[in-house]
Design a protein around this ligand. Sequence first.
Ligand SMILES: [Zn+2]
Length: 255
Amino acid sequence: MVDPNLLSSAERLLWDHGFRKAEHIDLEGLASAKGARVVFRHLDGCAARLVTDGATAIISVEARDTEGRQRFSLGHELAHWINDVRTAAFKCASTDIGPQNAEAADTEAAANLYASQLLLPDYMVDPWMRGKKMTLNVAKDLHDEFRSSMTASAIKLAKRSETSTCVMCHDMRGRRWFVRSKRWPHDVYPKKELHHESAAFDIVFKATTRMSTPRKEPAGHWLTGPPDIFRSSAEVQSMKLPDGSALTMLMLIPR
Ligand SMILES: [Zn+2]
């Protein structure tokens, strides 16, 4: 049972619109109800923007992005429209908009956190993910059902998981970012460099495009931390993101 009084403000908005299942979540409808019109077009130098006269708003979303990315951008601009100063205009770069940047105490991070709850509300995702393994295959199912990006879906699983799970992104220059579950040991960190035997290494350096199958690997290939981490193993799965970087989901196997 969901207690509406315990929901976050973004979830409460969905709940009050009667959204109970993934397919109900109509972000353009929400925007319209809040006095904002949504247009998809090519934007120069940003992923989304919002212009307003104070009473109504026009939200523009980059037409060439993937559907999941467009929905996240729309959720992000809706957050600005609903929560931030109504007289401001926002022009948000693709580096500002993203589920991996939701922890900092600034306006952009707050908008990302709000967008994550609009696209993947905890009250729908928690029952959906119960009993499932933390792999990219499961993130793909979540992505298909909620039409969220693969990155947002994987991060949501890690954040809501009761296992020790980490989602990370690497490119040719090394690790870009990582997000850990609540249970993740506080003194264990993903390495900056990819191990040459990992699927993620092939994805980044050899233009491999397929998603790897989940496999058991020595945790030391991926992680640094106290000595016993080198006796542990992890279940790991990687895939290529549209920008060529590798997204990896890693679950520590309890010893
Ligand atoms: Zn923004």
